[in-house]
Structures are given as C-alpha cells and as structure tokens.
Design a protein. Structure first.
Lengths: 247, 329
C-alpha cells in the first residue's frame, strides 16, 4: 500500500534520513521505532508531503506521491497526525473533527453528523461540546486521531499518539487503534511506548541516525543486537548477554 | 451549541434601533454621518472575512476599496460607461486585484506581519500610481458630474442613498453568514486556528486563502463603489490612503473579529466615539483625537474579544448556571 524507497533528507550538513526504505501492506499495523533524533518524524513529514525528500521515491497505492502537496496526499487517502498535537484551539471538539469530515462531506450538517459519529467511536462522545483548548493531553491525542480518522483515510500515520499518557489511557487507545484497523484502515505508527508496540504491531522498522537498521516482528527486534545497541550504546548487547549468562 | 446571549440581543437590537430611527428623524447631519460610517462598515465586513475568519491580517484593504472607486469613476467619466455596469465591472476589478495580491503573497507563504506589510505596500504603490497618471485624474482626482436619477446610480435625497448602503451592509453580512455555515468557512477558520493541521486534513490552504481574499476584494470594491456614488469624487489619498486601510481593520478588531456583527458594531461605535469626542472638546482642535486614542486603548486593553465578545458574556453565566442546576436535579 505504501512504499518508501531509498529516501534521503539533508538539513545542511546533517543527514536526518539516510537512504531509508519501508513497506506497509494493506490491513496491517506497522510500527516505526528508534531512539530520539533518529529521523522518524522527518520520515513521516516526507510521506505526508510536509517535507520534500532530497532523494528517493514514495509511492502510495501505486501512485508516485513524492513531493506532492500535503492536502493532495490527504485527498488520496493518507492522513498523518502530529507528535506535537495541533488542535484548532479556538474550536470545540466536534468542530475540530468536522474539519476533517468536510474532506468527504461538503454540507456542514453532514460533516457535523459524521464528526459526532467519529467522536463516539474514539471515546470522545462526552467531550464533543468542550473547547479543544480545555482538553487534557490524553484528550488532545485522541482528538488528533479522531480528526485524521474523519478524513476517511485508507492509511493513517500516527506520530506518538501514546506519548505522555498514563498506562490506563494507553490501554484504551490501543483498543481504539485496533478497532480502527479492524474497520479496514491500515496504520503506520511511530511509538516509544514499547508495551504498545509489542501488543499492537505485527511488524516494525527500526530507524537509527537516519538509517533503517532492522525490520521484523517486534519480538525479533527486541532480541536483535543491532537494535539493542542503537538504544543502549555500543557494546550493550554483549554486556546484556554476559549478564544473562551469569544469572 | 452557541446560543445568542442576552447581551448580544441587546447590542444588536440597539444597533438596529439606531439604524431604523434615522427613518423617523432624518436630520441631514445625522444622515451624512451614518452613511459615511456604513460605507466604512462594508469595507470592515470585507476585512473581517479575510482577517477575522481567515486570520490573514491585511493592512492594505484600501487597495480594494480604492480600486472599486477608481474603476467606477474612470469607466463613467472617461469612457462613458453606464454607471450600473461600471459598478459591476469595478467589483470585478477589485476582485481581480485582490486575487493578484493574495496569490502573490500566499504563494510565497507570507503570514502575519509580513502579509500585513505586503498588503500595505500594494496600497501605497496604487496610491502613487493613481496620483501620477492623467487617466486617473492625477493629483486632482476625478469628479463625477452630478446627474441625479436611478439610471445614473445617483440619488437626490440622502435617505435613498442611506437605504442603498444599509442594504449593501446587510448583503455583506449575509455573505458572511453563508460563508460561516459552509465548508469554505470551516476551512477558513481551520487555517486561522492552525495552518499546518489544516494542510494535514486535506485543505488546500493556498486556494482557500486566495478565494477568501477575492471575496473580500469583491465586497471591499463594492464599498468603494458606494463611496464614489455617494460623494461623486475620488482622489488618491482618499481611495488608497492608509486611513481607509486602518479604518477597515479597526472596526472588526474593536467590535469582535471573526463574528458576524463585529465589524458593524465596531465601526459604528468608533464613528460615534469620534463624533462624540469632537463635540465634547470642540474648543481645542486635535484634543478629540487624543480622547479618541485613549478610549481606543481602554477598549483594546479590557475587551480582548471585542465588544461582541463582551456582550456574549452578559446573560450567558445566568443561562449556564440554570442549565447546570437542571442537570444536577
């Protein structure tokens, strides 16, 4: 469904994403993980059309979308959320979601009706009339999700929708994401909360210093020495193994 | 949903009462004053569409107002075009000028103060051009010969002119209502609130902003036409001077930007305030402007959401309390 091929992005001397590739198949939940500053959000920004890659190609549903405008990509059925939540602060929750719903519904009444439905679906039914400004962090993350969902996307790019949430909230949002996938939406997510990655995704990619260093099931990846070293530093895998042997 | 509060009903009622009272007590001075205020109101409504709803703060709406006035004047006086047709073409011209300014500034991603400065620059360029060429009347401006009659879009009695501008204000407000209730309006507000998020949700922000600018241009151009047909004279400082640009944005900001009534409430209040200040300190010329400035500062300091925002708060708390009591029971 989504193919990213050898994509590179440089900012001056810094190579944020270096020759990275990934593939997302329809109907799956795929995770993109990696330490801070690995280039995950930059890669998302390129897929969503917010940043133009210096090299490489991005294809969505057999169509080249490299360098297309964000709104054009969204109309094709690929919607992203933001790591740093971007609510329409002055509007109510319902109005926020309706902006997304308007993409496929021209009339205001239809968009509002659809928005209310989506609000229920992500568990915001009681907050629809609240101003987006008054929401908690968990509420705002949910709102990001709801708005993106309202565009009736075929592929959702979720950028750290669980960061800053307490465990019980994570359990809720994991269930919500699974429900969304079951309704026929493919999901690519960036996540730091490993518990969620492990339980949600069937497949994960690991990005480190701009390079894609590993790909496999989450269970394979947590045992992969290159991945452990990326997170814990050079030699960490060996040390862990030795400690394991001693124990 | 959002209900109109008691304070708002009182405010809008007072304005309608004021505007209708003129029909009962038509004094020439009062009529002249209100006609002028209403023409500026049309321009404020135009500004509010782009600045209040879309968050794109123009500092050069005189460019649109002036184009409307000049194009009607030139077509009538120099080319002998029928005044009604000239008015229509003037609105089209203002729309195109707005589209050009908008497309150019939004193409290069100008926002906030940069957009404000570029629009100001466009108005200034047009002002200088208008005072330099023969076909615009140069420094003397253009005087439209007085030939009262419906066919000439000129009216001998002021009350007819008054009705005309009143209807134009009402139409401009209805356009705003229609925008507010449409997808286009929702997109415009989304852009004002957060442009990046708007893009991510499939909104073509460039197209939406340029369209808003053009719609604003059409209404602003109509304000210019109304001005010309009322005073039958235009020159570069009136048409393209920064006074008009500032008037266009002060009204909505004082009244409540991004609301239907804001520009109407704000502009009328400002004009009443200015007139009141003039009468209060008639002995010392210039002192009225000081008083005007001080009052303006007080309003900006204590009413961040404008007069309409203030009125919304009146009668709202009582209502909300009643609702929560009901829920508790």
């Amino acid at each position: 469904m989504l193919t990213v091929e050898n994509v590179t992005k440089r900012y001056g001397g810094l190579v944020a994403v270096n020759d990275a590739s990934l593939k997302v198949q329809e109907g799956r939940i795929v995770a993109l993980i990696g330490p801070n500053g690995a280039g995950k959000t930059t890669l998302f920004a390129m897929i969503g059309g917010f940043v133009r890659p210096d090299m490489g190609e991005i294809r969505f549903r057999d169509q080249d979308i490299t360098g297309h405008a964000p709104h054009a990509i969204c109309r094709l059925g690929l919607t992203r959320t933001f790591q740093i939540v971007q609510p329409f602060a002055g509007l109510s929750v319902l109005e926020n979601i309706a902006v997304g719903a308007h993409l496929r519904h021209k009339s205001r009444a239809d968009a509002l009706e659809r928005a209310a439905m989506i609000g229920e679906q992500v568990g915001m039914g009681r907050m629809l009339e609240q101003s987006a400004q008054s929401l908690t962090v968990a509420g705002r993350k949910r709102l990001e999700l709801a708005r993106a969902l309202a565009t009736e996307a075929k592929l959702l790019l979720l950028d750290e929708v669980m960061a800053g949430l307490i465990p019980s909230e994570i359990v809720e949002i994991v269930a919500t994401i699974r429900k969304i996938r079951d309704s026929g939406v493919t999901i690519l997510l960036i996540e730091h909360v490993m518990q969620a990655v492990m339980s949600l995704s069937e497949e994960a990619y690991v990005l480190n210093q701009g390079r894609m260093i590993a790909h496999g099931t989450p269970q394979q990846l947590v045992a992969d020495p290159t991945v452990i070293e990326a997170y814990l530093g050079h030699g960490a895998a060996d040390r862990l193994q030795q400690e394991g042997a001693h124990a | 949903m959002k209900h109109t509060s008691l304070g708002e009903w009182l405010l809008y009622g007072a304005i309608c009462a004021y505007l209708l009272l003129i029909y009962l007590l038509p004094s020439q001075a009062w009529l002249g004053f209100t006609i002028n205020a209403l023409i500026v109101t049309i321009l404020s409504v135009a500004w509010n569409l782009l600045g209040g709803f879309g968050g794109q703060m123009s500092f050069g709406h005189a460019a649109l107002f002036g184009t409307g006035a000049y194009v009607t004047a030139i077509l009538q006086v120099k080319l002998g075009v029928n005044p009604w047709l000239a008015a229509g073409l003037a609105v089209v011209a203002a729309t195109l000028v707005a589209g050009f300014i908008g497309a150019l500034s939004f193409r290069y991603g100008l926002r906030g103060s940069y957009f404000a400065l570029v629009t100001l620059a466009f108005a200034e360029v047009l002002r200088i051009l208008a005072s330099s060429f023969a076909f615009t009347g140069g420094g003397q401006g253009i005087l439209v010969p007085y030939k009262a009659g419906l066919a000439n879009f000129q009216f001998a009695d002021r009350i007819t002119t008054y009705t005309l501008v009143l209807v134009m204000v009402a139409v401009a407000m209805l356009i705003t209502v229609a925008v507010q209730r449409s997808r286009f309006g929702a997109y415009l507000i989304a852009i004002r609130e957060n442009e990046e998020a708007a893009k991510a949700l499939g909104i073509d922000t460039f197209r939406t902003k340029v369209l808003a600018m053009m719609l604003s241009g059409a209404i602003g151009g109509a304000a210019g036409v109304a001005y010309l047909q009322t005073y039958l004279f235009i020159d570069a400082p009136i048409a393209y001077g920064s006074t008009m640009s500032i008037e266009a944005l002060l009204g909505p900001i004082i009244g409540g930007a991004g609301t239907i009534w804001g520009p109407v409430v704000g502009t009328l209040s400002l004009h009443l305030l200015g007139e009141g200040a003039k009468h209060l300190v008639s002995g010392a010329p210039g002192l009225n402007l000081v008083l005007y400035g001080v009052l303006l500062l007080v309003i900006l300091r204590y009413l961040p959401d404008g007069i309409v925002g203030f009125a919304r708060g009146i009668g709202r708390t009582g209502q909300a309390a009643a609702v929560s009591v009901k829920e508790a029971q």
